[in-house]
Design a protein. Structure first.
Length: 161
């Protein structure tokens, strides 16, 4: 289910009222690849013991441009959200326009916040917020040689010879 940003806090409170917990992650997910699939599957797995739904914060098109440059995203936010929601690991998607997920995390207050192994406590501003209310931050092993940027580079090499 795609959840509007303005209703995400109410939505999360409703989940908790019926006994659900929340695992949250976020990213651009521009061109889905095996690294994304493994990452999201591992994030969902972290929530199984606590009866959690996986909510994915999806950077909006404008947010992706801020982070990745004018030629991105390749796929628009609606298409990226639909692809994420088609994955069995993903329960809900919320599109956000900020550069980081800090404000979204303040609203969602996930029990577990998940990021890839290319992040750590020093470069993850959201970690302090999660820690402040007693949540847990988990880092999932990064899948080497699998990234949207590398896929785009490979496509460009093949096109340009």
């Amino acid at each position: 289910m795609l959840v509007e940003t303005t209703f995400i806090d109410t939505f999360c409170n409703d989940l908790r009222e019926i006994g659900k917990r929340i695992v949250f992650t976020n990213g651009c997910f521009d061109i889905l690849h095996i690294g994304h699939i493994r990452y999201l599957t591992a994030a969902k797995e972290l929530g199984k013991k606590i009866n959690a739904h996986l909510i994915v914060g999806l950077n909006s098109d404008s947010s992706v441009k801020m982070l990745k440059g004018e030629n991105r995203p390749i796929n628009n936010e609606d298409d990226r959200a639909e692809m994420l929601l088609a994955l069995k690991a993903v329960d809900h998607v919320v599109i956000f326009s900020d550069k980081t997920a800090e404000d979204l995390i303040r609203k969602i207050k996930p029990e577990i916040y998940v990021k890839g192994g290319d992040y750590n406590w020093n470069n993850l501003p959201e970690a302090k917020i999660v820690e402040s209310y007693g949540g847990r931050v988990e880092f999932i092993k990064f899948v080497d040689d699998h990234s949207t940027t590398k896929l785009i580079e490979k496509i460009n090499r093949n096109i340009n010879g």
